[in-house]
Design a protein around this ligand. Structure first.
Ligand SMILES: [Zn+2]
Length: 400
């Protein structure tokens, strides 16, 4: 037995009573067939309705030919049930869906852009067109036309016809032929085949705005904010602009100029900072090199040092600088709050095989890491063992 579709008769009907025809336990819940329903099944890019049957949440609604399957979290039993539609959810997706018809119609009217695919997500409705790009001027025309159509509050009619009658209608795109064809006609503006749910007129869509364009599979994909989502988006963006006005100390029409200035200043400061770090690293490396306290058996200098929470770039530069010099082995550590960062290295010509000493050293600080001649680095979990780590390194390499 087929299911009577109450949603096509009255889109505002939220409550209904129906008879259970069949209940089957399936993987995603109890599959329930009713003699009639207000629940719209997922189709044509529009998600399924949400709501409750006998106060049990309806998790999904699917259709197969003339039957509609409701998926429920629990068994609703037998006999008569009462259904209730989540109208907030329905209205949001009707706004998205009806809005998309209007936008696709406007895209066609402005530049003969065909709608290739539509996706109605929980944040955006995206429309992919058969063109690689759309100029900002044309996009503005599309937005203007779509919002004019909404403002004119044109009637939206659902027309049910059979195949023979199809030539009487000026369709924007060819539609799939079934026994019963559903056409959606928006005043004198647009007509396409569609089995989705729409408002009775364009006004309730309220407002549409394109917020992003990107290229995908050689097509332009436009992201839209439609209806309440557009107002919410405007409110959120306005909040961000207010915050930015406060942070940047300027009006929004000067934001770009101000940010460009800050970026340029940032680049100059970074360059200066790098220069100073290099100079400082040179001085510290020179100092460490001149004040070597220990030597290996074959006369290589052993340089060990630790810092507390020092700048990572500085340590990197110190080790780089030291390793340019001849006949040394180094072990440097930077003690951070939770861990310890270590660098071990040697001059190019020194035949030091870190792997031979690795486990002996790592056990001191519960460390890990690696690298290859002449530089190895990593972290350890016992910052309090920094001194023991350095002295173990000295003991081990002394015999070289
Ligand atoms: Zn539709």
């Amino acid at each position: 037995m087929s299911t009577e579709k109450l949603f096509y008769k009255d889109i505002n009907k939220t409550e209904f009573e129906a008879k259970i025809l069949e209940v089957k336990e399936e993987e995603k819940g109890y599959q329930v067939v009713l003699d009639k329903t207000c629940f719209f099944p997922e189709s044509g890019g529009q998600p399924a309705d949400k709501g409750w049957i006998n106060k049990i949440p309806v998790v999904d609604v699917q259709k197969e030919s003339d039957r509609i399957y409701h998926y429920l979290a629990e068994d609703p039993g037998t006999g008569l049930v009462s259904g209730h539609i989540d109208m907030e959810w329905r209205r949001d997706y009707m706004q998205q869906h009806t809005g998309q018809h209007i936008i696709s119609g406007a895209l066609w009217k402005v530049g003969k852009y065909k709608t290739v695919s539509v996706h109605m997500g929980s944040d955006y409705t995206t429309i992919e067109i058969d063109s690689q790009r759309i100029s900002p001027k044309n996009l503005e025309k599309v937005e203007n036309l779509a919002n004019q159509v909404i403002n004119r509050n044109l009637p939206i009619e659902l027309i049910v016809i059979d195949e023979q009658e199809i030539d009487r209608f000026d369709l924007r795109k060819p539609c799939q032929i079934h026994e019963e064809i559903h056409l959606v006609q928006i005043g004198d503006f647009d007509c396409v085949g569609c089995g989705g749910l729409h408002f009775a007129s364009t006004g309730p869509v309220k407002f549409v705005k394109c917020v992003d364009t990107e290229k995908i599979r050689a097509h332009a994909r436009l992201s839209w904010k439609i209806g309440e989502r557009a107002f919410k988006d405007y409110r959120e963006k306005d909040k961000i602009i207010s915050e930015l006005r406060h942070i940047l100390g300027t009006r929004e029409d000067s934001f770009v100029q101000k940010i460009n200035t800050l970026n340029t200043e940032g680049i100059i400061l970074k360059r200066k900072n790098n220069l100073l770090i290099n100079r400082l690293a040179d001085m510290i490396a020179q100092n460490l090199y001149q004040n070597q306290r220990e030597q290996t058996r074959s006369g290589y200098g052993i340089i060990t040092e630790f810092w507390n929470d020092e700048d990572d770039d500085l340590i990197k530069n110190i080790s780089k600088n030291l390793l340019k010099r001849k006949n040394i082995l180094i072990c440097l550590v930077n003690i951070k709050k939770e861990n310890i960062q270590w660098v071990i290295g040697c001059s190019q010509e020194v035949n030091f095989m870190f792997d031979e000493y690795k486990s002996d050293l790592m056990v001191q600080i519960n460390g890990k890491g690696g690298g290859r001649h002449p530089l190895w680095q990593g972290i350890g979990q016992k910052p309090e063992k920094a001194a023991a780590f350095l002295s173990r390194f000295t003991d081990l390499v002394k015999n070289l």
